[in-house]
Write a protein that binds this ligand. Sequence first.
Ligand code: PMP
Length: 462
Amino acid sequence: MLTKELIWLFYSPDELAAKNKQYLWHPFTQMKDYIAEEPLIIARGEGVKLYDVQGKGYYDGFSSVWLNVHGHNVPELNQAIIEQLGKVAHSTLLGMANVPSILLAEQLIRLAPEGLTKVFYSDNGATAVEISLKMAFQYWQNRGIAGKHSFITMNNAYHGDTIGATSVGAIPLYHQVYKPLLFSPYVIPYPYPYRDGGDEASVNAMLDQLEQLLEEKASEIAAMIVEPVVQGASGMIIMPNGCLKKIAELLQAYDVLLIADEVATGFGRTGKMFACEHDGVTPDIMAVAKGITGGYLPVAATLVKESIYEAFYADYEEQKTFFHGHSFTGNPLGCAVALANLRLMEERNLVAEVAHKAEYLADLLKPLAGEPHVGEIRQKGLMAGIELVREKDKKEPYHWNERIGVRVCKRAREKGLLTRPLGNVIVFIPPLVSTLEEMSDMISILTEAIAETTRHCEEAVQ
Ligand code: PMP
């Protein structure tokens, strides 16, 4: 039998690196660059650290793309999977159920903003969004209301990489090339106070555009999709308080559904269980993924209000069924580990802890604001972005070709911290269980990496 240890004996780190380059195509990665560099190959994880095949440890400073909650190799989560594995690894939800999927749905509804009553599973953020869009679209048709065929999205939105989710995406670098393939939503700005004249001006400009659009086009708009409170992939842009509430009120007044994409913000990340809670908003449809399983297995869900569910609840002959599903929908292993994750979050009072740790993180980040090339530091809970600028006074961005974000993250990796940039914005999203000491260590590394890289970049220009 091939045990883990034997596999290690068979393949040296160099051999694994060679096989990596020969066989793998990585997401969001220019393979020409990847091939030219020493690959990072993770062998194991423990707590908030990941270890590569050479044995070097790295802080997981971006929660393995924003999803880790309790750290890696967590005994309680491992055990939940092992126990479920002894029962059944997978059985479908098409026309039948399995035990963990039922119990998890109950917990999700208990924790979700009040008024969400039904859970439709899928297996990643993009599919949870895809389902949200299709449900919103069909909802109006099932109710016999014709013509509501369009959507509203926000500038620089990111909702995943399937075609529907890409259609409501608005980051030119990722989405422009597919335009001929996509449906075209209306796009309004996401308030970006740093660049758009401060909190009030940026919010008012957005609300004015939204209201005007609704005034003219509400009868043809099914729903608006929003990344509530933090717009992640655009660079951790944060909505001023009360903004989401105003959006929700406008949409309700004009009979347009609100889809909250909580894929990145859900499960305690922003200091509330769901970001919508910051403004006391219950969306009509809510997409969740990432943190749901503590970052262990791919489970996602779309939660809806009873009124949405009811529009699909009809006699068979009426054909109002939601004809959508995935092979691994409601996977029992994933749902079992999600249940264990939520249990552990409650035992550790983790959401309240995040709010407390966020204050500490804000203090840690403060000195960075004095760095000559740090334009703005944005933070909500344990979700932070540091925007680097070439010229601080003029807020002049670094040019794309300077790869400043990439270079800072490379330096941080050399020093033992993993994260990925969003253009010129350095992401800091540690596992929610990170201790104050661990966060302090991580921010020290990040500070050094930013200072050294920006200085180097300056020297290169002189
Ligand atoms: N929505 C948001 C807000 C996200 O941040 C992401 C992923 N970063 C997605 C959707 C897509 O999720 P997934 O990668 O699981 O498809």
